[in-house]
Design a protein around this ligand. Structure first.
Ligand SMILES: [Zn+2]
Length: 242
């Protein structure tokens, strides 16, 4: 006979009593421990499939993007947010027009990339579209500040019309370049688990700042119910470039 803890009649009674005693203050406590309950975000690990993104000294951007997105997603889900990933595999490459479309049902869209340049540029950069809505600027500013705290390179929020993934987004949408694979020191850092964890945490904090400030009436997705980490994997492989 299985005498596991939840089958013990005494413990079962204790559990029932504890649940009954939860009441309003208990529900408030649960909400306090899940501050992002009812809020949602789409994280987009750039590239994927045959498109490795930047590739320097054998290091592929697409894999780093995925690792960072997964880590940030876990932290957000632990706060009760619903997280949609545009891909959760190295093998797939969602089309550029499909990625932001997934964000239509969530409160924001963050495309995650690592840059490369012919110069010794380093540090993070955050991009919004050419005529960003205020929500995109807010999301971008939060991410810019949180990433700056790790990378220590201060750049203004960058407006650009050249990123298809931002042009097609309907809601708050930003693209972050968390560093430069072409910079030897930064590349070495990005290959360490500890530095990636700090970058992922900065992305988490930036998104959290934004989601926590959303007015309940102003956001969609509030009806999504209890938090569940929803991994959305697009099986299609498109011809997107970025
Ligand atoms: Zn990229």
């Amino acid at each position: 006979m299985d005498a596991g803890p939840l089958r013990s009649p005494l413990l079962g009674l204790a559990l029932a009593a504890a649940l009954a005693a939860l009441g309003a203050s208990g529900v408030a406590a649960v909400k306090a421990s899940l501050p992002l309950l009812g809020r949602s975000v789409t994280l987009d690990p750039g590239h994927g499939g045959i498109d490795s993104g930047a590739r320097v000294a054998g290091v592929e951007e697409a894999r780093l993007n995925l690792a960072l997105a997964r880590a940030a997603a876990s932290l957000l889900a632990a706060d009760g947010a619903q997280v949609v990933l545009t891909r959760n595999s190295s093998a797939v490459r969602p089309r550029l027009d499909e990625r932001p479309r997934l964000a239509d049902a969530t409160d924001g869209f963050v495309s995650i990339h690592v840059d490369s340049a012919a110069t010794l540029a380093r540090g993070s950069q955050v991009f919004v579209g050419p005529h960003p809505r205020p929500s995109s600027v807010r999301l971008g500013e939060f991410l810019r500040r949180r990433l700056y705290a790790v990378t220590h390179v201060l750049r203004p929020l960058n407006r650009t019309s050249s990123l298809a993934v931002l042009r097609r987004a309907r809601g708050a949408a930003v693209l972050v370049e968390v560093g430069f694979l072409s910079h030897p020191v930064e590349r070495r850092l990005l290959l360490t688990r500890g530095y990636r964890a700090r970058i992922a945490r900065a992305i988490y904090l930036g998104v959290r700042d934004y989601l926590a400030g959303l007015d309940a009436s102003a956001r969609e997705g509030a009806e999504m119910g209890p938090a569940a980490l929803r991994w959305v994997i697009l099986a299609s492989e498109g011809e997107g470039r970025r």
